[in-house]
Design a protein. Structure first.
Length: 162
């Protein structure tokens, strides 16, 4: 998988605030010599594996269907790695704060991806800017272990404790 090192709309100070080190390596060697994914930088998103085997995603731009496809290709190995470490289910935190509201067509495209790639036992937390967006997420992404939050810390605590 190609690792992109472009951070057009995710600046270093924003990433530092959410615990991402822009200079970190994309992969590292695991205990048994295997390479494990650690981070992928893209102009529209940053994906990294965090503590507790939680996949962290920072959305940085307006998305198009092409970006959504690129995202799913990059994200799925992290989702799989989380499932391996957590005994069959995954945990992901998607931070959309500060990004434009997605057009309805993109909401539908992402909903299709969520329904295709997530399992009912996976835990998914989305961080957004407003209560109306929280309600929209809860309505459009009907997974049993999905919740939306206004606070990154609250979303992370929910994932750690579930």
């Amino acid at each position: 998988m190609q690792i992109l090192n472009r951070l057009a709309l995710c600046d270093d100070s924003l990433m530092a605030a959410i615990g991402i080190n822009p200079a970190a390596d994309a992969t590292k060697t695991g205990a048994q010599g295997q390479m494990s994914l650690q981070r992928i930088d893209d102009s529209a998103f940053v994906i990294r594996m965090g503590d507790h085997h939680i996949v962290h995603v920072r959305v940085c731009d307006v998305w198009t269907p092409d970006i959504a496809e690129r995202y799913w290709r990059a994200f799925l190995p992290f989702l799989h790695q989380s499932r391996v470490h957590l005994g069959g289910y995954a945990k992901a935190l998607i931070d959309r704060r500060g990004t434009p509201i997605m057009p309805i067509a993109m909401v539908q495209k992402m909903r299709e991806g969520v329904l295709e790639h997530y399992r009912s036992e996976d835990r998914l937390a989305l961080v957004v800017d407003s209560s109306p967006l929280k309600a929209q997420i809860r309505q459009n992404y009907p997974l049993p272990n999905l919740d939306a939050f206004l606070s990154h810390d609250a979303a992370l605590a929910w994932l750690i404790n579930t």
